[in-house]
Design a binder for this molecule. Structure first.
Ligand SMILES: *Cc1c(COP(=O)(O)O)cnc(C)c1O
Length: 442
């Protein structure tokens, strides 16, 4: 983005009117051309869905229709519940479970962990607060867990140390033997093991924890079993790969993210909770200004009682219209396609002597780097970071970076229905070319 454009965002509060056509012209010239989103076939940075036209249209219609999804007896609220039901069906959760559409995966995980805390606390946390909990609660996950869980645990008043990260080995999955040992140690030390979080696709490398084994462990250890399925819960709809997330359907709660692999425009996440009563018991409040009536607009459940927001946007419409137009089978096929592309890229890298794979490729996330023999870790890092920045700046591709067990690498997350294999071939060629150029010329 040129500085001239950047400076337009420092203009101060407008006091007098501007014709809408001029306003739009300015937006078209400044904002629309400089996105940070996944609408290009070679956008593979971080982890984002790649949006879709119908979803954009739905967001427009939702704003025009103007419903508040805090609840009530109206069409949009029924559609909101229907989309939650469709999410249950996609991941194999029972119809009797509850759920809510939220801003994204971070909030979905947060809502689920709050319910887990309240159920496992042994005291009425809502009334008495975390200080009344007799034995400090412990939550467990692998060290590859997404950072939103830390924020949630901290905001819940449990403190970061309540979230025990179990070190991973080469497979980057939750180590169940190590977990059992930590749980036994914690019990002996007077802690209350409360919840195990399984990752169905870690954000770093796409590793999928053994969800069946975690479900068994949760039963024997009497833990709440939560699955962070922001990336991988929807693999359940992909015929070639659904076996990878078996066990997901046994969780007590799941977070999933329609703005990732369902390509909904931002924002929409979904939390599902098996025990609908426990879910409601965590958030329901009786408000004199939000009562229920036998008839009229207030004669249905208040959806705001399943989470933290009161006013809620009509997020359901973009998911509903897109699923209706395309059908869920197509989305499953696109997920399989992205995973096949991840493995294809892995093969391209493996057959290129100047590149190396840094973490095992499980699904659609590939971690690799330019080798640069003879250079130390710091130099390898700056060389690869330079490759990444040049790819972004010259517009070839947007990829991101990470560090896996101390090794810096480039990271490609192919969550994109517009990507073709030729795009991946181009990426490999360009990384090699840039790597050679930078290594030789600096
Ligand atoms: C993206 C992601 C999140 C956070 O979801 P947002 O929609 O970005 O809030 C949480 N966990 C995992 C594994 C993710 O990939």
């Amino acid at each position: 983005m040129p500085d001239k454009i950047r400076r337009t965002f420092q203009a101060s509060l407008p006091h007098s009117p501007t014709p809408l056509s001029d306003v739009y012209r300015e937006v078209a010239a400044t904002v629309m051309s400089y996105p940070m989103g996944n609408i290009h076939p070679r956008f593979w940075a971080w982890y984002m869905g790649s949006s879709n036209f119908t979803g954009a249209l739905a967001d427009f219609l939702a704003a025009v229709q103007g419903s508040n999804l805090g609840g009530g007896n109206h069409a949009a609220a029924r559609m909101d519940e229907q989309v939650v039901d469709w999410c249950k069906q996609m991941v194999g959760f029972p119809a009797s479970s509850s759920g809510s559409l939220v801003s994204g995966g971070s909030m979905a995980n947060t809502v689920a962990l709050i319910v887990a805390r309240n159920v496992k606390a042994g005291v009425d946390v809502r009334e008495r607060g975390v200080a009344a909990i007799e034995r400090p609660l412990r939550f467990y996950a692998s060290d590859q867990l997404h950072s939103c869980h830390r924020k949630a645990i901290e905001a819940m008043g449990l403190g970061n140390r309540a979230l025990q990260r179990i070190p991973t080995g080469g497979d980057l999955r939750l180590d169940l033997e190590a977990l059992r040992a930590v749980i036994a140690r914690d019990r002996a030390a007077g802690f209350q093991p409360a919840c195990v979080i399984g990752s169905a696709g870690t954000v770093n490398t796409g590793a999928i924890d053994d969800l069946q084994a975690i479900a068994d462990l949760a039963v024997t250890e009497d833990l709440w079993f939560h699955v962070d399925g922001c990336i991988g819960a929807l693999i359940a709809i992909a015929p070639d790969n659904c076996d990878r997330v078996r066990g997901l359907e046994r969780a007590d709660s799941i977070a999933l993210d329609p703005h990732k692999w369902l390509h909904a425009p931002f924002e929409v996440g979904c939390v599902l909770v098996r025990d609908a009563v426990a879910h409601l018991a965590s958030f329901a409040v009786e408000q004199e200004y939000l009562g229920k009536t036998p008839r009229g607009l207030a004669s249905a459940d208040w959806l705001y009682e399943y989470g933290l927001q009161t006013s809620r946007g009509f997020r359901a419409l973009k998911v509903w219209m897109t699923l209706k137009q395309h059908g869920v089978i197509k989305f499953g096929r696109l997920i399989d396609q992205n995973i096949a592309q991840g493995h294809y890229l892995d093969e391209l890298i493996a057959s290129e002597p100047l590149l190396e794979i840094v973490a095992r490729t499980t699904i659609n996330i590939v971690c690799f780097r330019y080798r640069a023999p003879g250079l130390d870790e710091e130099a390898v890092k700056s060389l690869n970071a330079e490759i990444m920045m040049r790819l972004q700046e010259d517009g070839t591709a947007a990829i991101s970076d990470t560090t896996v067990h101390g090794r810096y690498c480039l990271r490609v997350a192919i969550n994109n229905h517009r990507t073709r294999r030729s795009d991946l071939e181009l990426l490999v060629r360009e990384v090699v070319r840039l790597g050679q150029q930078i290594a030789h010329k600096g």
